[in-house]
Design a protein around this ligand. Structure first.
Ligand code: NAD
Length: 354
């Protein structure tokens, strides 16, 4: 058995109603000049934070752009430096956390993150930005939030389809962590628990959106899957989604949901031990089948066709991906990626080509 960690975890506050504790957490960090970043969905919560913190908030950015284009973040970075900001607070989905991380990186300040989706970015040292049309990512300890506040009450406003797709995005982190070459026993446990929570709780959520226990469980699942993402390398599924997101700006969570069953099917014979455990957690014949069934049951995206991907682009995407160096259980080449993309485009239940 071997396991290695060099990542620190953020202080985590997890409680329904914990949005009211932002000022207490800011005091704990001893910060005095704050930039607040919130997405459009977080308007009311941003107002509550503004009220709690009063004069400590010296700047408020109330909208965000997915994948943080430089044109959007650069003026905010400059302004933050001029204002002598010492803390970023982000409230919203992965895009709000993403802008918070770029500010943490470029301004050199700490981040307090308040997530409202299951993307899991708040648990990682991974940053992402778009420069000259190209999506860049990297790892840096400085973007790991100092504090994360999980308030399940903030997820009640999530439309069911965003909850479902965002949950599938979280599951994708856990699935790829399970077959990563550096998967440790801790990552494996977190991943399996995360997958199990999402599989059960998303199905319950579809039947009962007012269930408070389920709201908490889903956030806990998201925290576990974010931990898995942070502590394992990702495989072909993430490489494909990263490339499609960068080239065609497809909606992030929906794209993950559509590609995952087919990426897993592609890897089945090369990671059968791990994928069979996932299959049994999902109570399914195969992991790919169980994931596709879950996505179908909860109304999550199953086809790239529905989200604006043009299958004619697959040559270009496959050429790009097959030239990249990427750890994946099954070695991949141009034909393999084209086939996987075709299957994710069609969105049928994963099956072997006859
Ligand atoms: P998002 O942040 O773009 O949010 C999707 C939509 O949901 C937006 O319209 C948003 O306003 C809305 N929304 C968010 N929370 C809501 C709520 N509680 N109620 C109602 N509406 C709400 O999408 P996302 O899937 O959360 O995040 C995607 C981004 O996160 C991508 O840029 C991706 O690359 C990044 N990401 C980064 C990491 C990392 O570790 N760095 C991990 C996962 C995702």
């Amino acid at each position: 058995m071997r396991s290695e960690y060099d990542e620190r975890s953020p202080r985590t506050v997890f409680e329904t109603g914990s949005l009211a504790r932002v000022s207490e957490e800011v005091e704990r960090l001893n910060k005095k000049r704050i930039i607040l970043v919130s997405d459009e969905s977080a308007k009311n919560w941003a107002e509550q934070v503004n009220e709690q913190l009063g004069e400590l908030v010296v700047q408020h950015i109330d909208h965000v752009v997915m994948h943080v284009p430089d044109e959007f973040s650069a003026p905010i970075v400059d302004q933050s430096k001029k204002l002598g900001i010492d803390l970023v607070i982000s409230i919203g989905g992965g895009s709000a956390t993403g802008l918070g991380k770029i500010l943490a990186l470029d301004v050199g300040v700490d981040l307090l993150a308040i997530p409202t989706t299951y993307a899991g970015s708040e648990m990682t040292t991974i940053w992402g930005r778009t420069r000259n049309g190209e999506k860049l990512t990297g790892r840096n300890q400085s973007v790991m939030p100092k504090t994360v506040i999980y308030d399940p009450a903030l997820t009640y406003s999530l439309p069911l389809n965003i909850s479902a797709n965002s949950g599938m995005n979280a599951i994708a982190h856990a699935v790829e962590a399970m077959y990563a070459p550096n998967c440790s026993p801790e990552v494996e446990s977190a991943s399996l628990e995360g997958i199990e929570i999402f599989s059960k709780s998303l199905r319950t959520l579809v039947r009962d959106t007012s269930n408070n226990q389920v709201r908490s469980d889903l956030f806990r699942g998201s925290m576990l899957c974010g931990f898995a993402l942070n502590n394992a390398t990702m495989g072909i599924h993430h490489k494909i989604c990263h490339t499609l997101g960068g080239f065609y700006n497809l909606p992030h969570a929906q794209m993950h949901s559509a590609v995952l069953p087919h990426a897993v099917h592609f890897n089945q014979s090369y990671a059968s031990k791990q994928l069979d455990v996932i299959a049994s957690t999902l109570n399914a014949k195969t992991a790919a089948d169980g994931l596709w069934q879950l996505a179908s049951d909860i109304g999550s995206e199953t086809s790239l066709k529905n989200i604006g991907y043009h299958v004619e682009n697959s040559d270009h995407v496959a050429e790009f991906i097959s030239n990249a160096k990427y750890e994946n259980p099954r070695p991949f080449n141009y034909e393999g990626v084209v086939g996987l993309l075709k299957n994710a485009f069609n969105g049928d239940r994963p099956h072997d080509e006859s």
